[in-house]
Design a protein around this ligand. Structure first.
Ligand SMILES: C[S@@+](CC[C@H](N)C(=O)[O-])C[C@H]1O[C@@H](n2cnc3c(N)ncnc32)[C@H](O)[C@@H]1O
Length: 198
């Protein structure tokens, strides 16, 4: 069995090659969803199966997980799902096959609770502003967290981008991530935030 570290520093050096899109997506022009932190790929795979007219690109910084998700995508023959190994937060513009992002999913990002690790947190105003550049009116970012102090920091990032996004009621989403399933099963409280592009 492959050993998977519990946490990996997202700021370590990753060398991420831009895929040759027609090699990874059957139709790179389809509407595009981006998922940060796909973990074992449960949500990514379900999304690809449920929305065949949409591509989904997952990202994950733990290599053994990426390898196993790639195997699952291949064995299921999904031409609308792909996963990248690495942190693309600073290079989003390189990873958008159709030129725009229709949906972003950030479910339960790592909390990095120690102050000296705050810079490892994924959701920042810089990330949201960067995403906004590729999102059209009424597209959106789905966020979940079960961590109180991270929730506060996410909310301040969201409030700082109020020129581009409004916090709004979430459109219905017929699938949930593995950690959301866990929270529901164990009665663990979590927050949902939906940022709608204006
Ligand atoms: C708490 S898990 C949640 C997994 C999944 N999203 C879910 O809801 O079941 C967070 C995942 O995000 C990954 N991750 C953390 N920072 C990341 C980053 N900057 N880019 C991509 N993945 C990241 C972690 O390795 C981990 O697998």
């Amino acid at each position: 069995m492959r050993r998977v570290r519990t946490h990996t520093n997202p700021l370590k050096r990753f060398s991420i090659e831009v895929p040759d899109w027609p090699n990874v997506f059957e139709d790179p022009k389809l509407p595009f969803a981006l998922e940060f932190g796909s973990s074992k790929g449960e949500f990514l795979i379900r999304h690809a199966e449920l929305f065949p007219k949409m591509n989904i690109l997952g990202t994950e910084i733990r290599l053994p997980l990426v390898s196993s998700v790639k195997e699952k995508i291949k064995s299921l023959g999904l031409g609308n799902a792909h996963i990248l190994y690495g942190n693309i937060a600073n290079r989003i513009e390189d990873f958008i096959p159709c030129g725009r992002i229709d949906r972003v999913y950030i479910f339960f990002p790592d909390p990095w609770p120690k102050k000296r690790h705050f810079k490892r947190r994924l959701i920042t105003s810089e990330l949201l502003l960067k995403l906004s550049q590729f999102m059209q009116k009424d597209s959106g970012i789905f966020i979940r967290t079960d961590h109180y102090s991270l929730f506060d920091s996410i909310m301040s990032a969201c409030n700082s981008v109020s020129n581009s996004f409004v916090i709004s009621e979430e459109p219905s989403l017929p699938i949930i991530s593995a950690w959301e399933e866990h929270c529901l099963r164990t009665d663990r409280h979590f927050n949902k935030i939906y940022l709608k592009r204006i």
